[in-house]
Design a protein around this ligand. Structure first.
Ligand code: SF4
Length: 80
């Protein structure tokens, strides 16, 4: 599974950081940081989700009030 984080959309509510520790509070920027992610486009960060973190990642995506987090399965289908 893969997570895609649109940091441009993020408004720094930090619900995601409660759900999955790969999301870290960046209070200076007022946005979350996604650890170990690659910036594939300006402000768009992507990384693999470890198998044992798949539930946490889905909860993080569901918790985001502005839908800045998307989760994709291995076939590339969006699941959250
Ligand atoms: S929950 Fe959404 S808006 Fe809030 S910090 Fe996380 S990604 Fe940003």
């Amino acid at each position: 599974m893969e997570v895609r984080f649109d940091r441009n959309t993020c408004i720094g509510m930090f619900q995601c950081t409660v759900e999955w520790d790969a999301f870290e509070e960046n209070t200076d920027a007022g946005k979350a940081d996604l650890a170990d992610a690659e910036e594939v486009e300006d402000g768009i960060f992507v990384r693999e989700i470890p198998e044992d973190a798949e539930l946490d990642a889905k909860f993080a995506a569901r918790a985001c009030p502005v839908d800045a987090i998307e989760v994709y399965d291995d076939e590339g289908n969006q699941v959250v």
